[in-house]
Design a protein. Structure first.
Length: 413
C-alpha cells in the first residue's frame, strides 16, 4: 500500500487522469459483467419458478385425482350390501363400512381400536385368524345370520399387515333353504299320507254302511246306540282323512282377484261366537287401502280360520288376538306385477317352546292332547300354493306371532 501511494504521488497530472479513466472503465466493465450475471440469474430463476409452478399444478392435479379416486372407492365401499372390517396384526379394528355398522350396531368411531371379536358380541364366537382360504363361517348376530370370510392384507412386498373380513347377510337365504327342505319333506309325507288315506277310506265306507244296516235291524236301544257310536267314530275318522287329503293333494285351485280384508272380515264374523265364548278380545288393524291379491278366497279363509282357532287353543283362559295387514313393495320377496300383502296374527297365549318352532308346520306334529296335527301344515300348504311364505316367532312378552306374505303374482290369472 505504501508503494502504491508513493507511485501515485510521483505521477504527474495527465497520468493520474489516464489512471482514473482506466479505473472507471474497469469498474464499468465489472459492473456490466455483474449486471449480465444478475440478468442471467434472474432469467434462470424465472425459468425455475415457471417449472416449479407447472410441477405444483401437476402435483395438485395428481392429488385431486387421487382424492377423487379415494372418494370414489370410499363411496363404493360404503355402498356395498356386504360388511367390510379391516384389522391390524393384533386384531384391532382399523376400519369398518356402513353395512358393518348396521350388522354390529357399532359406529365407526367406537369400532376403531376395538378388538374385532367384540364387534360380534362374544370373544369366543369365531377365530378371525383362521378365516383365510375362502372358507366362510356362519354366526348369528342381532337377529341376522352372517357368513364371514377373511383374507390377509399384504404390502407390495408380500408382508402381511392385517386382515380384511367380509360379512354377508344370508338370513333370507337360510330361510329359503329351510323352506325348500320343509317343502320337500311335506311333499314326501304328503304322497305317503295320500296313499294311506285312500287305503283306509275304503274299509271305513264299508264299516259305516254295515253299521247303518245293523242299526236299522237291531231292536234293542243299547245295541242301536252302539251302532250309532260306530257310525259317529267312522265319520270322525273320515273327516280327519279328508283333512289329510287336503294337505296331501297337489292341486291348482281357480284363482281370481280377492280382497283380503273381505275374506278376513267373513271369517271374523263366522268365528265371532267362538271368540266371545273363549273370552278373547280380537283387534283388527287394517291397511288403509284394501289389499287385492290373486288367489282363492275359500282357501285363504281356511288359512285365517285355522290361525284364529290355533290362537284360541293357545289362550284357554282368554286373552288378546291382534290381526294386522299392510301392503309393501320388495323386489326380493315380491312378484313382478305389484305389491305384497302381509297379514299378521299375534296372540297373548303361552307361546311355542323354542325347540318346537322349526317343527310347527310339520304334518302330524302337535303338542295338544288330541288332533291330527295337520292344521298348520294345511296352512303352510295353502300359502305355498299362493306363492307366499309364512313364518312364526314368539313375541317378546308372551304369545305367538304368525306372519304371512302373499305376492300379487299376475301370472296366475
Amino acid at each position: 500500500m505504501r508503494q502504491i501511494s508513493e507511485d501515485r504521488a510521483t505521477k504527474s497530472g495527465p497520468e493520474k487522469t489516464l489512471f482514473l479513466q482506466q479505473s472507471f472503465k474497469d469498474f464499468d466493465l465489472a459492473t456490466e459483467r455483474l449486471q449480465n450475471a444478475y440478468a442471467s440469474l434472474e432469467e434462470k430463476f424465472e425459468g425455475i419458478n415457471k417449472e416449479l409452478k407447472y410441477k405444483n399444478i401437476e402435483l395438485q392435479e395428481a392429488l385431486a385425482e387421487k382424492e377423487k379416486i379415494s372418494s370414489y372407492l370410499q363411496n363404493i365401499l360404503e355402498s356395498l350390501t356386504t360388511g367390510v372390517v379391516v384389522t391390524d396384526m393384533e386384531g384391532k379394528t382399523t376400519m369398518i363400512n356402513r353395512c358393518t355398522e348396521a350388522f354390529t350396531e357399532f359406529s365407526k368411531e367406537d369400532a376403531v381400536g376395538t378388538d374385532v371379536k367384540l364387534l360380534f358380541g362374544s370373544k369366543g364366537c369365531f377365530d378371525y385368524k383362521n378365516l383365510d382360504g375362502g372358507l366362510g363361517e356362519k354366526i348369528k348376530l342381532k337377529g341376522r345370520i352372517l357368513e364371514i370370510f377373511g383374507s390377509a392384507v399384504k404390502t407390495e412386498g408380500e408382508e402381511e399387515i392385517g386382515k380384511v373380513i367380509v360379512l354377508r347377510d344370508i338370513t333370507k337365504l337360510e330361510k329359503l333353504k329351510a323352506t325348500v327342505k320343509r317343502t320337500e319333506k311335506l311333499a314326501a309325507m304328503g304322497e305317503t299320507a295320500a296313499n294311506l288315506a285312500h287305503e283306509i277310506r275304503n274299509p271305513l265306507g264299508s264299516i259305516e254302511l254295515f253299521a247303518s244296516l245293523l242299526r236299522k235291524d237291531v231292536k234293542e236301544k243299547k245295541n242301536r246306540d252302539r251302532a250309532s257310536h260306530i257310525i259317529s267314530s267312522v265319520r270322525d275318522m273320515d273327516n280327519k282323512i279328508s283333512n289329510l287329503l287336503l294337505f296331501a293333494r297337489d292341486r291348482t285351485p281357480p284363482m281370481k282377484r280377492v280382497n283380503v280384508h273381505n275374506a278376513l272380515n267373513e271369517i271374523i264374523v263366522f268365528s265371532e261366537q267362538l271368540i266371545k265364548q273363549g273370552n278373547i278380545l280380537l283387534t283388527a288393524n287394517y291397511e288403509d287401502t284394501d289389499p287385492i291379491i290373486v288367489g282363492n278366497a275359500e282357501m285363504l279363509k281356511q288359512i285365517f280360520l285355522n290361525l284364529i282357532l290355533n290362537a284360541m287353543q293357545a289362550m284357554p283362559e282368554g286373552g288378546n288376538l291382534y290381526i294386522e295387514t299392510r301392503i309393501f313393495d320388495d323386489s326380493y320377496e315380491g312378484g313382478p306385477c305389484g305389491s305384497n300383502v302381509e297379514i299378521r296374527f299375534m296372540d297373548t297365549g303361552c307361546g311355542i317352546p323354542a325347540e318346537n318352532i322349526k317343527k310347527i308346520f310339520d304334518p302330524f306334529f302337535t303338542t295338544k292332547g288330541k288332533g291330527a296335527g295337520l292344521g298348520l301344515a294345511i296352512v303352510h300348504n295353502i300359502v305355498d300354493i299362493h306363492g307366499g311364505s309364512i313364518d312364526v316367532e314368539n313375541n317378546k312378552d308372551s304369545g305367538t306371532f304368525f306372519k304371512i306374505i302373499i305376492p300379487n303374482d299376475c301370472g296366475k290369472l
